[in-house]
Design a binder for this molecule. Sequence first.
Ligand code: K1U
Ligand code: ZN
Length: 184
Amino acid sequence: MALLPILSYPDPRLRTIAAPVKEVNDEIKTLIADMIETMYDAEGIGLAATQVDRHIQLIVMDLSENKDTPMVFINPKVTPLVDEKQPYEEGCLSVPEVYDKVERPNKVRIEALDEHGQTIDKEVEGLLAVCIQHEMDHLNGVIFVDYLSKLKQTRARDKVKKVLKVREKQGERQATRETQPVNA
Ligand code: K1U
Ligand code: ZN
């Protein structure tokens, strides 16, 4: 299995519209395993293929406490079941350390295929409903900050730049430590 690099806002590749998956073959199964590993490593509860620069309709999620119940949604269709929208504080692995409230319907129907090609058809609420809508947005080239004001979007760009710089420096320091002899 492999950790995949996650695209960061405002990378234009995050705006790509995902194409349907034609067949759940070995290549897709490897991508699913890699996306699940990448989601756990990044401490996320969801990940869309768009975020790892694969532009196909594939989402992985795990909302369990022990991070041992991954869910896979292939070619998902999400239908709101209520008119009313509720605010929820969202985050995004492509917009690190930025959190803000987005309003979405709190109950939806998910129709999709799982990793075995079996049909999923269920009604969900709460965080699962919020998360699947957030991930569906990724497949359609939409990022949660698009729902925020222009000022907040500018702040989000600046924040992501800063976070990436810090992470780069941390990575360099770590690499230096690893190449130095133990007694140096
Ligand atoms: O798509 C992503 O980037 C994953 C994203 C999913 C998500 C979280 C919260 C609301 C909607 C969608 C994340 O996993 S962000 C990191 C996270 O674990 C988290 C952040 C805020 C609230 C709950 C979880
Ligand atoms: Zn996201």
